[in-house]
Design a protein around this ligand. Structure first.
Ligand SMILES: *[C@@H]1O[C@H](CO)[C@@H](O)[C@H](O)[C@H]1NC(C)=O
Length: 472
């Protein structure tokens, strides 16, 4: 067990090479199954043996794949369900003769598969098209993108049964293709045909409808994942799986990347792009020099006010850089890499199709937020400061909110707060930079002249929880 983590580094290069080879399409595999032979599917943590009585809940719908023959003493079946039998598999009555290793004679119950949710990021893993597990290299995904995105391919492993709750805030969940029982369904008609079959209603339940489009991302600058509306559902599932909210951050002022449930230490870069930008090529370029862990994707930054009045959303390329350094060193490798990336943008941005970029940094030694920005045509305005205070304040609000003592309408600030202007910039505030709305606030200052209550109230809005964002 302890050996797992020290093994990581040697795999780095391998992971990068394989990623380069198979980066075009993303395959995500559903992890849980409802197979008869999976020990964790039974309440006793073992597969029933001959002297056991097998018990399926009467009113639980289930599809169960059976790989091999089983002798059983008795079996209670659900009212609605199916056994999918592999060749040679099946059940026979136990003849009462002695079965070595099975003298328990217990009632063994099939565990509840009802709660496994499509939008639980811990139930998906990245695989190659053949289903082989991708080694965890230096590339990671923000939590919303750990769940299949609209141009992804979904794999339910061959020879497994499963049951997924597709409850969603969207009526339709789009996917490029779905493989079930070793059969790839990659056209709308083949998928519609599958849904008519006997197994689909046992495998999928919930109010989200899966729809296969057969189309990959058509835009070389990348496509947004499309899971933003289900962001709260994704984080709730993650927190359930973790058994808590977020791990204690190792830096004082964690960053909150779009689409990610927990704050991170390190750096985030937001890039504005032009039609020349190629996400895949740019990712490959960055991977060459990658010394920390990176997530890169197109995201939509919502322009909203308290999540109530949806305005518009701006597509941008978000790069999240984290590292595994500790203490005051936490995030410093990521910070250095972010600086290198920005240097590269300054020199080659135009050729790469990047028009401007902005960095936010949170390291173990950062006591207040640090921001760097670079625009090819002009300097952007709007520096972010007061991170620490903002987060302490935010933490207070979240705590209160979780305890149910504070409701949204109560979140009005009587005191004048003002935004800190970028000291080096005399440019008007019509900036193209991407202020993280969480961090746009600093403590009250003595000069009340620049009161901007809208900006103030926006800061504690976690973009992740913004249900009004729409896809382009
Ligand atoms: C589906 O059901 C969930 C509750 O499980 C609800 O929150 C969600 O809004 C519903 N989605 C739609 C599209 O009706």
């Amino acid at each position: 067990m302890a050996a797992c983590c020290t093994m990581k580094r040697p795999f780095f290069l391998l992971g990068v090479l394989q990623l380069l080879a198979a980066a075009a399409a993303v395959y995500k595999q559903w992890i849980p199954n409802t197979n008869f032979e999976t020990a964790s599917n039974w309440d006793k943590g073992r597969v029933p043996c001959a002297s056991d009585v097998v018990h399926f809940e009467k009113d639980k719908v289930v599809s169960v794949f059976v790989r091999s023959p089983h002798e059983l003493t008795d079996m209670y079946l659900p009212l609605n369900g199916e056994f999918v039998l592999a060749a040679g598999a099946g059940f026979t009555a136990f003849d009462g003769s002695w079965d070595p290793g099975c003298d328990s004679g217990e009632t063994v119950r099939f565990a509840d598969a009802e709660q496994h949710a499509w939008f639980d990021p811990t139930l998906w893993q990245d695989v190659f098209p053949n289903g082989e597990l991708k080694p965890s290299g230096r590339i990671f995904s923000v939590d919303e993108e750990r769940v299949p995105c609209r141009y992804d391919d979904v794999i339910f492993q061959a020879e497994t049964s499963f049951r997924v709750n597709t409850d969603s805030s969207q009526q339709v969940i789009h996917l490029r293709s779905i493989s079930v029982m070793g059969q790839e369904l990659s056209t709308p008609t083949s998928w519609a045909g599958y849904l008519q079959g006997p197994s689909a209603p046992l495998q999928f339940h919930g109010n989200g409808t899966l729809q296969v489009t057969g189309t990959g991302c058509p835009d070389k600058s990348g496509c947004a994942c499309g899971n933003t509306l289900d962001g709260p559902r994704i984080c709730a599932a993650l927190f359930r799986a973790l058994g808590r909210r977020c791990p204690a951050p190792v830096c004082q002022s964690p960053l909150q990347p779009l689409g990610h449930c927990c704050g991170v230490c390190g750096a985030t870069i937001s890039l504005d792009f032009t039609p020349d930008f190629d996400l895949q090529k740019y990712q490959d370029r960055l991977i060459q020099e990658l010394l920390s862990q990176m997530a890169i994707s197109k995201v939509h930054k919502a322009q909203t006010f308290l999540g109530i009045i949806p305005r518009s959303s701006t597509p941008l390329i978000q790069i999240v850089l984290i590292d595994d350094r500790a203490g005051v060193q936490a995030g410093t490798t990521a910070e250095q890499l972010a600086a290198d990336i920005m240097e590269d943008v300054a020199q080659h941005g135009e050729a790469l199709g990047i028009s401007s970029g902005k960095v936010e940094v949170a390291t173990g030694s950062t006591s207040s937020g640090q921001v760097g920005s670079h625009t090819l045509s002009r300097i952007t305005a709007g520096t972010v400061m007061g991170l620490l205070f903002g987060l302490v304040f935010l933490g207070g609000i979240l705590l209160l909110y979780r305890k149910g003592k504070l409701r949204l309408p109560a979140l009005r600030f009587p005191q004048p707060w003002d935004r800190l202007e970028d000291p080096v910039s005399a440019a008007p505030a019509s900036d193209k930079g991407f202020d993280n709305p969480m961090f746009n606030v600093e403590p009250p200052r003595t000069d009340p002249g620049e009161e901007t209550p809208k900006d103030l109230q926006v800061f504690y809005l976690n973009p992740l929880y913004d249900a009004s964002e729409t896809e382009t």
